[in-house]
Write a protein that binds this ligand. Structure first.
Ligand code: BGC
Ligand code: ZN
Length: 367
């Protein structure tokens, strides 16, 4: 069967290759699920892997099958599988457990080991192919009514985790009740974080460079949040207008902005960093100023990566609620379908060159 892969370490090596179709034999314990891939989303991580800034092949292979945002339909299940049945729509979590205590309790997204295993990213092949098999521990059912949002499940899980982590960490405050949030970046994680925060009742400002109106500003407005163009109103001007934020999610992909955000956080607040920045950029920060503000304000910085089953399930519920609250808004994120695996060059071109491509995904097969 066809697969789209790279040779990690070798820039611009994306290519199509033949790999063996997997079968349930891989799971003699009876827990295997064979999934026919329908759609796969790609994001900046895939671009960085193709730029050889990130990612590794599975041991013994000199290639890595890409794709970590999958949507498919169950074709066959082993006798012990209870979570899903043939014909169900599903997605799969990305990370697989290592050996730490966190991995052992299902929170593999919090592994304390340096080595992490992620399908399509690090040490495990991904989903940009025709079929995959997986233990049902990592298969998450997607409701029929959300099938039109297909590849958003994985990015949504990351947004759900980021916000959940913020609230978990803020239990330190005993009575934390955030009012105002800033979301930095209006890519998929920024927009989906905007949704999660709106559903938690916050006043949300979503910031990105380009002045509106445009698709992203319309999606933000469609969720009753406020879009702010930082070329018109820089972050610190927004702070002067509306005050500092209780919660900030950075999803810009810029480490410079991640540090700048430290100055926009209010007392007792929490800043969550979610960007994968595979480059080598450096920036200078007013460190004395930030240091004293953070100490005197009891502020907290949290890094958040990946997501486990719990976040996928919570994210899927939020997508369902989001559809009720803001009908027909979320599907607007899904801007750029690519027809079939054969068109993988077009997929990469959109990722690399087309700034207006909010979400690129491959239509791998129809049911
Ligand atoms: C993926 C996450 C992953 C992270 C780091 C992101 O693009 O969506 O699942 O943990 O990259 O590899
Ligand atoms: Zn991703």
């Amino acid at each position: 069967m066809k697969a789209i892969a790279v040779r990690p370490g070798q820039p611009h090596s994306v290519h199509q290759r033949e790999i063996a179709k997997p079968s349930l034999d891989k799971y003699p314990d009876g827990n295997g699920v064979l999934v026919k891939v329908l759609k796969v989303g790609v994001d900046a991580t895939d671009r960085e892997i193709n730029d050889a800034l990130y990612g590794n092949s599975p041991p013994g292979d000199d290639y890595l099958v890409l794709g970590h945002e999958c949507f498919g339909i169950v074709e066959e299940v082993g006798p012990k599988v209870t979570r899903v049945k043939k014909g169900d729509y599903v997605t799969a979590t990305v990370r697989r457990p290592g050996g730490s205590i966190y991995d052992k309790i299902g929170t593999y997204d919090m592994t304390s080991e340096e080595t992490y295993y992620e399908r399509g990213i690090n040490l495990l092949h991904g989903f940009l192919t025709e079929y995959f098999v997986e233990s049902d521990d990592y298969i998450v059912k997607v409701p029929q009514g959300l099938k039109h949002l297909h590849v958003l499940m994985e990015p949504m899980s990351c947004a759900a985790k980021a916000v959940h982590q913020a609230y978990e960490a803020q239990r330190r405050m005993k009575v934390w009740s955030p009012k105002r949030a800033f979301v930095l970046g209006s890519g998929q994680i920024g927009l989906l974080s905007t949704l999660v925060l709106k559903l938690r009742g916050l006043e949300v400002y979503t910031l990105a460079r380009a002045p509106g109106p445009h698709l992203k500003s319309e999606i933000v407005a469609g969720m009753e949040a406020t879009y702010v163009s930082t070329s018109e109103t820089p972050l610190m001007d927004l702070v002067k207008k509306v005050g500092k934020a209780d919660l900030i999610i950075d999803a810009t992909g810029s480490s410079k902005i991640a540090f700048e955000a430290m100055q926009a956080l209010g007392h007792n607040g929490v800043l969550v960093w979610t960007s994968i920045t595979g480059g080598k950029n450096e920036t200078s920060v007013p460190s004395d100023k930030v240091n004293i503000e953070w100490v005197l304000g009891n502020k907290l910085l949290v890094g958040s990566v990946n997501a486990n089953r719990e976040h996928f399930e919570a994210g899927i519920k939020d997508l369902a609620l989001g559809e009720m609250m803001y009908p027909n808004v979320l599907k607007r994120i899904l801007t750029n379908p690519v027809a079939g695996l054969d068109n993988y060059k077009e997929m990469m071109r959109l990722l690399v060159e087309d700034n207006s491509a909010l979400k690129v995904y491959v239509d791998v097969a129809s049911e």
